[in-house]
Design a protein around this ligand. Sequence first.
Ligand SMILES: [Zn+2]
Length: 51
Amino acid sequence: MGYRPGNIVPQSGIYRCNKCGNEVTCVKGEPFPPCANGCSGNEYYLVRATN
Ligand SMILES: [Zn+2]
C-alpha cells in the first residue's frame, strides 16, 4: 500500500514514486510532496526508513 501526495508521512525515510521511480526523502509529520517535474504518479512506497 502506498502513500499519496498530501498524506502525512508516518515514518521518516526514502520513498519512491510508483510511476517515475524518483526517490525523495520525507520527514515524519510532514505531507508527502507532489512528485517533481509534473509527474502524474500519485503513490509513494517506502524504500528505506531512517531515524
Ligand atoms: Zn514520479
